[in-house]
Design a binder for this molecule. Structure first.
Ligand code: 3H9
Length: 644
């Protein structure tokens, strides 16, 4: 069945595109649209055309699945030009989203109507490319240079009212979009047509404008936004056809780049992560209210995350004073968001008001989900779990936020094991996207499905993790840190390792990151394991912590931080402390350092995969990107090393 159905409404042909799930433009869709233009042009009874889409959205863009394949005619820029040159004027009726190639098709139409709830945009830079079918060339002719630059370099979609204000669309519709588009198209029959967008004039801008825009974009370190800027500049300085040729060549070159391949890998991995195949058809439970036990940094962040997703939260602390402090800590998160303009003062107030902090466990009697986020100690956590089993409804889901403990030990002998699960948030929990979901042997499928559904509602990236020390993320972190210490032992300076990883694309290197978070947490874990009689070799970090160097909070860790500042300075004290563990040697190039450390991450990832702790290499990549700052444009350690 063709993706395009044709209906007639008097002299108007209504072409309905139906290519689920998001009407992406595949080769078949391009062919069908091309044939439709030819057919309508040849039909004397048709005087105008309306293009609408079935399903939840107008066209969401070119079919990203085809990006790895050779381009097949008719090519999208030619199709857009063919629609624009049609003898019968086309009207695009946009609902949901018109993105990338979808918006480009709309720009080829003579008229554009938009549903008031819809949005339009060019998200291509997020895939490491630029618009490739006239987005950079037609948009400045319609919406002006500044708006075009903002849209194609940021990738952010604009809502319907803004699209109308910018002149990207001709009218905004509330209600029956198809009917409105047919009436609109009919009303234009016989009248003078507006010039096609390609024939409209475009303003130029001085060199200084382009230099400033470039300087602003260079900070991100990404290639595609800079290339998108160049393409808009060409659109203002060259004739239409030459600007189109530049845009197309740039699009094709970027499409074949390793960066774009990595970003496509992440794009599909992220979408697959939200809907695990194993849970297809398993209905999640509705979660209307949440309890959190523990109001420290982690508990407060978790409570804030649930409040921001609109769920009422009850937080339990050990006494009334601690409960009041926890309430203040969570409220500060909302106030901070309001100060940064992310929330209004009233919204921040409402979020605080929906949080109850108390020392009375019985207050959790009504919640659908309770999460313990207390101190990382088996006995303490087990006592909390026992309390929860006592006070919560028998069907409430009970979750542990443990990062290192074995949740099976925590749950041992508890009644109703089907409702127990691990939900491992990352600090700060209201910011970090990663959520490791750790099913226990007895966890019911619908409890697991509920965890994935919750992740979606919280705007988190869920990854299912099997049980082992550190699950996926912290296990790889341990290996990464050990490999970084190996480099120090071979004579690479601390700052040399950090600079190499920043050069690779991390915001911070492994040592400065430890100084920020504190060296003592991992140290205490190693000490606890040693106390249990396990063989945990002395790390270089242990030597620093024993000397009182726990990171920025103690004025020094791997670096010195003079006068309580945050600027790291190479430390003579560290050099002295580690002197007899460090051999002199040839210092590898930064690229070789990064290759070695990312290789270590991937080696651990491969072990994790072979043990079934992670289901796919792509999920390991998501853990590193969303939990540990791995550069998205490199696709994650498994992808980058060719193992994913
Ligand atoms: C482009 O257009 C280049 C042109 O300028 C030039 C060309 C020459 N292709 O996100 P969802 C799939 S670049 C293929 O969960 P939502 C997705 O994988 C493109 N597949 O839905 C998933 O599949 P599955 C520029 C696509 O309702 C399913 O659709 N456009 C594409 O939360 C549902 O996706 C973009 O970058 C695609 N383009 O959000 C738009 N898009 O069910 C990217 C989606 O098998 N897309 N799929 O897992 C989006 O932003 C969101 O999908 C959208 C819907 C907002 C549309």
């Amino acid at each position: 069945m063709s993706a395009l159905t044709i209906d007639r409404e008097g002299e108007i042909a209504v072409a309905t595109l139906d290519n689920p799930p998001v009407n992406a433009i595949s080769a078949e869709v391009r062919r069908a649209l091309w044939e439709a233009v030819e057919t309508f042009d040849a039909d004397p009874e048709i005087r105008a055309v309306v293009l609408v889409c079935a399903g939840r959205s107008f066209i969401a863009g070119a079919d990203v699945k085809e990006f790895g394949l050779p381009p097949v005619a008719p090519h999208l820029p030619d199709l857009v030009a063919r629609i624009e040159a049609a003898a019968k004027p086309w009207t695009a009726a946009i609902h949901g989203a018109a993105l990338g190639g979808g918006l480009e098709i709309a720009l080829g139409c003579r008229f554009r109507l938009i549903d008031a709830e819809a949005r339009v945009g060019f998200p291509e830079v997020g895939l490491g490319v630029i618009p490739g079918a006239s987005g950079t060339v037609r948009t400045p002719r319609l919406a002006g240079v500044e708006a075009a630059v903002e849209m194609v370099t940021s990738g952010k979609p604009v809502p319907a009212p803004e699209a109308l204000r910018l002149g990207l669309v001709d009218a905004m519709v509330t209600g029956d979009l198809r009917g409105a588009a047919v009436s609109y198209a009919a009303s234009m029959i016989g009248g003078p047509l507006p010039e096609p967008v390609s024939a409209r004039p475009v303003e130029t801008r001085p060199d200084s404008y382009w230099a400033e825009s470039r300087a602003r974009l260079e900070k991100s370190g990404e290639t595609a936004p800079l290339r998108a800027l160049e393409a808009v500049r060409k659109a203002t300085e060259l004739p239409f056809d030459e600007a189109m040729a530049f845009e197309r060549a740039t699009f094709l070159a970027l499409r074949d780049s390793p960066e774009a391949a990595a970003l496509r890998h992440v794009f599909f991995a992220e979408r697959a992560a939200l809907r695990p195949a194993a849970l297809k058809g398993v209905a999640p439970r509705g979660i209307g209210s949440v309890g959190v036990v523990g109001g420290g940094t982690m508990g407060a962040g978790i409570a804030a995350a649930f409040r921001m997703a609109g769920m009422p939260v009850t937080l339990i602390e050990r006494d009334a004073g601690a409960a009041a402090r926890a309430h203040a800590a969570v409220s500060r998160i909302f106030e901070g968001a309001a100060a940064r303009g992310k929330l209004t003062g009233a919204e921040a107030g409402a979020l605080s008001d929906g949080l109850v902090c108390t020392d009375d466990h019985a207050a959790l009697g009504h919640v659908d989900l309770a999460i313990e986020a207390v101190f990382e100690d088996l006995a303490v956590k087990r006592a909390v779990f026992d309390d929860l089993a006592r006070v919560c409804r028998p069907d409430a889901i009970l979750a542990t936020n443990t990062s290192y403990l074995d949740p099976r030990c925590l749950a041992e002998g508890m009644p109703a094991p089907e409702r127990l699960i691990g939900l491992h948030f990352f600090s700060p929990a209201h910011v970090m996207k990663l959520l490791e979901i750790v099913p226990l042997p007895g966890t019911a499928p619908e409890v697991l499905a509920t965890a994935f559904d919750l992740a979606r509602r919280l705007g988190k990236m869920p990854v299912r993790a099997g049980i082992c020390e550190g699950f996926i993320g912290n296990r790889i972190l341990k290996r990464y840190r050990a490999a970084a210490e190996d480099l120090l032992a071979e004579g690479v300076p601390v700052a040399g390792v950090d600079a190499a990883m920043r050069g690779f694309g991390f915001r911070m290197g492994p040592f400065e990151a430890q100084d920020l978070g504190g060296l003592d947490i991992a140290f205490l874990q190693r000490e606890a394991a040693r106390a249990e009689g396990r063989d945990v070799p002395e790390t270089l970090a242990d030597i620093l912590v024993r000397a009182g160097r726990k990171g920025q909070k103690t004025g020094g860790g791997w670096y010195d931080y003079p006068e309580g500042g945050r600027r790291p300075v190479a430390s003579d004290a560290v050099a002295r402390l580690l002197a007899d563990r460090i051999a002199g040697g040839e210092v590898p190039a930064p690229e070789a350092i990064a290759e070695r450390l990312v290789g270590a991450m991937a080696d651990e990832g491969a072990a994790i995969l072979s043990e079934g702790i992670a289901e796919t290499a792509a999920q390991i990549d998501l853990v590193e990107i969303h939990g540990y700052g791995f550069p998205r444009a490199k696709g994650g350690p498994m992808h980058w090393t060719g193992r994913g």
